[in-house]
Design a protein around this ligand. Structure first.
Ligand SMILES: Nc1ncnc2c1ncn2[C@@H]1O[C@H](COP(=O)(O)OP(=O)(O)O)[C@@H](O)[C@H]1O
Ligand SMILES: [Mg+2]
Length: 407
């Protein structure tokens, strides 16, 4: 793995701020109207982690889950994260999600007041053969792919596992970035997996003694098309998020982030998409013997890194203090949630795991105000109920103990 590219001088223009950058959707107008509220009205879990069977009736209020460590709070959040495509907030193997001792996988059922009206969502591995994939039913009818979930709700989360985002491996930031994109552009996931498949074919082909040049070229052309559209989708999302952050008046509670991409076609904000494809194609062709020797493809969207700076301090996020990093991450997730609300007209469901732990009273109060201002339903966890008292009657307070939930 190459190291992270140099950030440049403080104050250097990132691609997000380049004068030639154009937002494809033009300016987003922040209308006075709040986004429509999407919320869970019922949640049922069967053989999910430490829940043998759970049924919860919910309403439009936020949900505060408190209980001791190991009670099952994060498990419940994880179950809700399965109402979005992918492997959920722990990115766990499905076999680990099914309750130990369960005979037939896990299932999650939710009734949602969704983006297209009320919908019943059922998902899980129960009834599947080897528990490798999960099935989805919408109003009782099997869905073609789990991507269809994004027609009904968007789920965003912030968990303690993300605390190392700024200092950890670039793959984590890429995944974070791609989840941000996916929540606005559900096609992004398909493009990414098709790109991966094509890249694996190319790597296998390059390992052969004399690879078929026509086949190799065809695969590289496919990679060029997919790779450039992935890069553009990421750049577009960053541009929209940047525009939103710049327009929002930060009260300083949570710092704002400047975001940019580095590591793949960094100059692309000045080059038309078609030229980018040709450029990437040429990089692949020229890189064949190098990539064959390396045993992998060294250029592509799988090498991009998300560069994050603390905007007010004008400092790389990775050099900020742990507390500043947490605050920056909270600000970033809140800004993204707002963007999703603005772009889709529907506020996303927010999962904020252990959110209150590192914030003082004033910041907690500010956070609850900001979360509430997003107009969606949020699920928040903590060990101590009193930390959430500022939410008052805007929240449904539930206690979790030993895989059981009580009011
Ligand atoms: N597949 C599983 N089957 C049964 N219990 C599980 C499974 N996976 C995790 N657990 C249990 O769930 C508990 C952790 O729950 P978690 O939601 O992370 O707690 P917390 O309330 O601290 O967030 C642990 O006791 C763990 O052993
Ligand atoms: Mg937890």
């Amino acid at each position: 793995m190459a190291g992270r590219p140099d950030e440049g001088e403080p104050g250097a223009l990132s691609p997000c701020h380049g004068p030639a950058f154009v937002l494809p959707h033009g300016k987003i107008e922040l209308g006075p109207a709040m986004p429509h509220k999407v919320f869970l009205t019922r949640l049922k879990l069967t053989d999910f982690r430490n829940y043998a069977a759970l049924a919860l009736d919910l309403d439009a209020r936020h949900v505060v889950l408190t209980g001791e460590n190991g009670a099952g709070k994060t498990n419940l959040m994880e179950a809700i994260s399965f109402l979005s495509p992918g492997r959920g907030l722990r990115r766990a193997a499905y076999a680990d999600v099914a309750r130990v001792g369960a005979s037939d996988g896990f299932s999650v059922f939710a009734a949602v007041d969704g983006m297209e009206g009320p919908v019943e969502i059922g998902t899980g591995t129960a009834g599947t053969e080897e528990g490798q994939s999960r099935r989805l039913r919408l109003n009782g009818t099997p869905a073609r792919t789990v991507d269809e979930l994004t027609d009904h709700l968007r789920v965003l989360w912030l968990t303690p596992a993300m605390d190392g985002l700024f200092t950890g491996p670039s793959a984590d930031r890429r995944r974070f970035l791609d989840r941000l994109v996916l929540s606005l552009d559900p096609e992004h996931g398909r493009r990414a997996s098709e790109f991966d498949r094509a890249m694996r074919s190319r790597n296998r082909l390059l390992a052969e003694f004399r690879p078929d040049p026509a086949w190799l070229s065809a695969i590289e052309r496919e990679m060029a098309g997919l790779g450039v559209s992935m890069a553009l989708a990421r750049q577009e999302m960053l541009g929209l998020l940047t525009a939103l952050v710049e327009r929002s008046q930060s009260d300083g509670t949570f710092p704002s982030a400047s975001l940019s991409l580095a590591g793949f076609l960094d100059e692309f904000h000045v080059v038309p998409a078609y030229d980018l494809e040709e450029r990437y194609l040429a990089m692949l062709q020229e890189g064949r013997s190098r990539d064959a020797a390396a045993g992998r493809t060294l250029d592509g969207p799988h090498r991009s890194d998300l560069m994050i700076r603390h905007r007010e301090k004008d400092m790389e996020a990775e050099r900020c203090s742990t507390g500043e990093q947490k605050a920056l991450l909270v600000g970033l997730v809140l800004a993204h949630a707002r963007l999703v609300g603005d772009m889709t007209g529907h506020a996303p469901i927010l999962l904020l795991d252990e959110i209150a732990a590192h914030l003082d009273e004033g910041r907690r109060r500010a956070l609850f105000g900001l979360v509430d201002g997003l107009g969606g339903q949020a699920f928040m966890t903590g060990t101590d109920k009193s930390m959430f008292s500022a939410i008052g009657d805007r929240g449904l307070f539930l206690t979790v103990a030993n895989g059981r939930v009580s009011g």
